[in-house]
Design a protein around this ligand. Sequence first.
Ligand SMILES: [Zn+2]
Length: 76
Amino acid sequence: MPVYDYKCDGCGHRFEEIHAMDATPISVCPACGASKARKLLTTGGLIGAHSGKSSSPPPMPSCSGGGCGGGMCGLG
Ligand SMILES: [Zn+2]
């Protein structure tokens, strides 16, 4: 399960929680007990995700929308 970084807006305490992606985010700060904990964006676990070149797929000819009027685009 992924690790999430949290920070409390009340006392500034930062902590980590491990829970499922679809679990309810923690809102109560374990340090001060205030419901001001916010989940932070984290890049943990994404190491190497952006390495290498990103190639976009070639543009697909679109003739299925009816915009070509039936055969006018030459693809049908
Ligand atoms: Zn706190």
